[in-house]
Write a protein that binds this ligand. Structure first.
Ligand SMILES: Nc1ncnc2c1ncn2[C@@H]1O[C@H](COP(=O)(O)OP(=O)(O)OP(=O)(O)O)[C@@H](O)[C@H]1O
Length: 727
C-alpha cells in the first residue's frame, strides 16, 4: 500500500495535470449582433479497414497492442489510487471522509468501460513542436509507469487538431487516424494524410457509421466525432456566454454537455468551487441525457429543471395562458421590486437607547437619512435590514464619543442588539416573507394596483389576480409561474447563490421571468444557452435570442448557429421543414448529413375507427428493425393508444424510462417529445397534435418537434386530413 504524505500530494497522483500542448482556442466572437453560422467541413478520408498480413503484424495489430497496453496502464493507475493509504494525512474524520470520497470518485472516473473505446483517434504531428509526435486521443488521460502519456484526454490542447485540422489548415498534423470498434475490440481504422495533395476528399465512413449506429438506451457522448463547427463551441472560453441556435438534431444538447466536460477539464478547481448545472425542460429529458457526462468521467455536474430551481412552494395549480404570460413578463420584476421596498417605512419618532445611567437620543430625521441611504444603495432588502442596526449603533457611538466616552466595537455590537434598536428596525424595515408577499400581490387588488401602477394595465392586473384568494401560503394553489415570482422576490430579499457555469437547454421555451431565475444563478459565472426558436411551444416562447439573453443578464453573449443535422434523415427533415415558413419564417432549414432513402412513409387510414389498429401495426413493423421505437401522439390520444398497444400484446415504456434491447417501444405524449430521439418513430394523427395547442402556430411547432425525433425512419398515420402546411 502506498502512503500519501500530504494532501497536496494528491494533485500529483493519477489525477495528473493536463498534458502539455497547444493553447486552447481563443475567446469566441464578442459581437452580439453577428450570428455566426457554423457550416460542416467535409472530411477527407481514404478507404478504411486495411487488413494486416497474416505473417507480419500490420498497423491494425500494432494499434491493438497499443490498446492492450493502454488498458493495462489504466488498470495500474486505478490500482494505484485504490492502494492509497490516507491514514497519515487525515487529521480528522471529516478530512478522511472527504478524501475517501475523492478517491472513490477517482476510481470510478478511471474505470475501463468495456463497451467504450479507450481511444478513438490518433494524431501524428509533422514537426516536433509537441513533446512527442504521436498522440492517441481518448476519453481520459492514461499514462505509463514513467508518466509518459499513452492516451491523451480529448479535451487537452494537443487533441484539438483531431477535431479542427483540415486539408486547408492541417494545423501541423501529418496523419489523422480514426479507429472503428466492434464492442470493445478495435476492428478498423481510417487515415487522412492532411498534407498529401494526391488524396481525395471523402466523407468518413467511420463517422457515418457512428452517426447511423442504432439508438438504444440513453443519449451517448460524441467525443469521437465532434465536428469542427461544434468543437469551436465546445472549447469556447469559460468567461463568455454562448448561445446556440440550431434546428432539430444539430447536436445542441450534445455540444452543451461536451462543453461542460471541456470547461471542467480546463478550469477544474474553479468550477469545483463554484459548481456547474445543466437545466433541461423536464425529468424525462434529464433522464435521457444523464449518462453523457459520467461516461466522460464527469460525475459532479448537477441537473435540474427550472421548476426544480424555484421550488419554494408546492406547485398544485395551473394558470390560464394569458395569466401565465403576464406573470412571466419581465415587468413583474418591477412590480415585485416595488412591493418588497414598500415594506420600508420612514421613521417618524426619535430613538432612545438607554445604557446604564445614560440615554442616547437619535432624532427621526437622522434615522431617515440612514434609511434613505440604504435604499439608494439598492442592496438586497435583507442585507440592508441586517446593516441597519449597525448603522444606527454607529450614530449612537458618535454621540458617545462627542460626550467624551471611548466606546469600542463591542459597545457598537451591544447597541446594535439593544431592544430599542431592534424594535426600531422591525418597525422601519420589517422582515419580508417572499411567498406571503406574492400571495398578497395576487390576492389583494389594492396592494397589486399600488405597485403595478404604470407597469401593468388594469386589465392585466385583473388577469393575474386569483379568482379565489387563498388563506395561507400552504393552502394556495401555486402555479409554476407563481413559483418563479416567489423566486424573484426571494432574490430581492437575499442574493441567490451564483454558479460557475450553467447550461440551459431548450431555452426557447422560457418566459422572461424564468430567464431571470436562471440568470441569477450564473451572475458571476457564464452560461451555454441552447435552443431552437422554431421549437418554441409555450405561449411565452422567445422570438429573439437577443431579447432572451438580455433577460438572462448576458446580453454580451455570442450567438452561434448550427445547421448540419445528425439525427433526422434528409427526406424527413425536408418534410418537417415545410412547416417552417408558417411558424418561424427566416430560420434556416437543417441540412441533414444522413441519407437514409425511404425513411419517410405517410399512411392514410380511410376509416377513423381503424386508426388505432393501424398505428399498432406500424409499431409492430418498426419493432422488426433494430433500435428504439417512439410512438408519438397528441396527449389526449395516449390513453387510447396505450389500451390498443396492451390489447395487441406490445409492452411499452413511458418517456424517461430507459429503452433496452428487450424493451424498445416508448409511448410518447407530444408534449414530452422535445429533445428526445428514437430510431423509428410512428406519429399518430398530426391534426390532433396541432389541434391540442391553443393556437395554430404553437400547434405547428409541436408537430415540427414530433416530426423530427426519428433517426432512421418515420411513419405518419392519419385519418383526419393532414395540416395543409405540410403540403
Ligand atoms: N458530431 C456528431 N457525431 C455523432 N453524432 C452526433 C454529432 N452531433 C450530434 N450527434 C447526434 O445527433 C443526435 C441529435 O443531437 P442532439 O440531441 O444534441 O441535437 P439537438 O440539436 O439538441 O436536437 P433537438 O433540437 O431536437 O433537441 C444525437 O443522437 C447526437 O448524439
Amino acid at each position: 500500500m502506498r502512503a500519501l504524505t500530504t494532501i497536496a500530494g494528491l494533485a500529483r497522483l493519477p489525477w495528473g495535470a493536463p498534458p502539455p500542448g497547444r493553447k486552447p482556442a481563443g475567446p469566441p466572437c464578442r459581437d452580439p449582433r453577428r450570428i455566426r453560422r457554423r457550416q460542416p467541413v467535409p472530411a477527407h478520408v481514404p478507404e478504411p479497414d486495411q487488413p494486416d498480413q497474416p505473417d507480419q503484424p500490420g498497423p491494425l495489430a500494432r494499434e491493438r497492442a497499443h490498446l492492450a497496453a493502454s488498458r493495462t496502464a489504466l488498470r495500474t493507475m486505478r490500482e494505484d489510487v485504490q492502494a492509497l493509504d490516507i491514514r497519515d494525512v487525515t487529521a480528522n474524520w471529516v478530512n478522511a471522509a472527504v478524501l475517501e470520497r475523492q478517491i472513490e470518485e477517482r476510481v470510478k472516473a478511471l474505470a475501463d468501460l468495456s463497451h467504450t473505446p479507450l481511444f478513438f483517434g490518433r494524431l501524428d504531428y509533422l514537426h516536433t513542436t509537441q513533446e512527442g509526435q504521436r498522440f492517441y486521443i481518448g476519453r481520459r488521460h492514461v499514462h505509463d509507469a514513467d508518466g509518459d502519456p499513452m492516451v491523451i484526454d480529448w479535451r487537452a490542447p494537443v487533441s484539438q487538431p483531431f477535431y479542427r485540422a483540415s486539408r486547408k489548415d492541417p494545423l501541423d498534423v501529418g496523419l489523422r487516424r480514426r479507429f472503428g470498434y466492434t464492442g470493445g475490440d478495435l476492428t478498423a481504422y481510417e487515415d487522412e494524410h492532411l498534407t498529401d495533395p494526391s488524396e481525395q476528399e471523402r466523407t468518413s465512413r467511420l463517422l457515418q457509421a457512428e452517426i447511423e449506429r442504432p439508438r438504444v438506451g440513453p443519449m451517448r457522448d460524441i467525443v469521437a466525432t465532434i465536428q469542427p463547427e461544434q468543437d469551436e463551441i465546445v472549447r469556447s472560453g469559460l468567461g463568455g456566454t454562448v448561445c446556440v441556435q440550431g434546428g432539430p438534431g444539430t447536436g445542441k444538447t450534445a455540444v452543451g454537455l461536451h462543453r461542460v466536460a471541456y470547461l471542467l477539464y480546463a478550469h477544474r478547481e474553479r468550477l469545483a468551487r463554484t459548481g456547474t448545472l445543466v437545466i433541461g425542460p423536464n425529468r424525462s429529458f434529464l433522464h435521457y441525457i444523464e449518462q453523457v457526462l459520467p461516461a466522460l468521467g464527469e460525475l459532479e455536474v448537477k441537473q435540474a429543471t427550472v421548476d426544480d430551481l424555484v421550488a419554494h412552494v408546492e406547485v398544485r395549480g395551473a394558470d390560464a395562458a394569458d395569466a401565465a404570460v403576464i406573470k412571466g413578463d419581465a415587468r413583474m420584476a418591477e412590480v415585485l421590486r416595488r412591493a418588497v421596498r414598500s415594506h420600508v417605512t420612514m421613521p417618524v419618532e426619535p430613538l432612545m437607547v438607554v445604557r446604564g445611567s445614560r440615554r442616547w437620543r437619535v432624532p427621526a430625521y437622522e434615522l431617515e437619512e440612514i434609511v434613505r441611504e440604504l435604499l439608494d444603495r439598492d442592496i438586497r432588502y435583507g442585507a440592508a435590514r441586517e446593516a441597519l442596526p449597525q448603522r444606527i449603533a454607529h450614530t449612537v457611538l458618535v454621540r458617545m464619543e462627542q460626550a467624551g466616552e471611548a466606546p469600542d466595537d463591542r459597545v457598537q455590537d451591544a447597541v446594535a442588539r439593544n431592544p430599542a434598536v431592534k424594535a426600531a428596525v422591525k418597525a422601519v424595515w420589517p422582515p419580508v416573507d417572499p411567498a406571503k408577499l406574492v400571495l398578497r400581490l395576487l390576492s389583494d387588488a389594492d396592494f397589486l394596483a399600488a405597485h403595478a401602477e404604470g407597469v401593468l394595465s388594469a386589465d392585466e392586473q385583473k388577469r393575474v389576480l386569483l379568482a379565489k384568494p387563498a388563506r395561507s401560503v400552504r393552502a394556495a394553489k401555486w402555479s409554476s409561474a407563481d413559483a418563479v415570482l416567489i423566486d424573484e422576490a426571494t432574490d430581492l430579499v437575499q442574493r441567490t447563490h451564483s454558479l460557475g457555469h450553467v447550461v440551459l437547454d431548450e431555452a426557447q421555451d422560457l418566459s422572461p421571468m424564468q430567464y431571470r431565475a436562471v440568470g441569477r444563478r450564473c451572475t458571476t459565472g457564464s452560461a451555454t444557452v441552447l435552443g431552437d426558436l422554431a421549437q418554441g411551444t409555450t405561449p411565452w416562447a422567445t422570438e429573439s435570442w437577443a431579447e432572451a439573453l438580455s433577460h438572462l443578464g448576458k446580453s454580451d453573449a455570442v450567438v452561434e448557429e448550427l445547421t448540419a443535422g445528425f439525427r433526422v434523415p434528409r427526406e424527413v427533415i425536408a418534410y418537417a421543414s415545410r412547416l417552417l415558413p408558417h411558424m418561424s419564417p427566416g430560420l434556416a432549414e437543417v441540412k441533414s448529413v444522413r441519407e437514409a432513402p425511404g425513411s419517410l412513409e405517410i399512411r392514410r387510414v380511410g376509416d377513423p375507427a381503424d386508426l388505432d389498429a393501424a398505428v399498432v401495426a406500424a409499431c409492430g413493423e418498426s419493432l422488426a428493425h433494430e433500435g428504439s421505437i417512439g410512438l408519438i401522439a397528441a396527449d389526449a390520444r395516449v390513453p387510447a393508444l396505450a389500451g390498443a398497444l396492451s390489447a395487441a400484446g406490445h409492452a411499452f415504456l413511458s418517456p424517461g424510462e430507459e429503452t433496452t434491447a428487450e424493451s424498445r417501444l416508448t409511448l410518447v405524449p407530444a408534449s414530452l417529445a422535445k429533445g428526445l430521439e428514437y430510431d423509428y418513430v410512428v406519429l399518430d394523427e398530426p391534426r390532433a397534435v396541432v389541434d391540442a395547442e391553443p393556437d395554430e402556430r404553437t400547434g405547428l411547432r409541436r408537430l415540427y418537434v414530433s416530426l423530427t425525433r426519428s433517426v432512421s425512419g418515420l411513419t405518419v398515420l392519419h385519418a383526419s386530413p393532414l395540416p395543409e402546411e405540410l403540403g
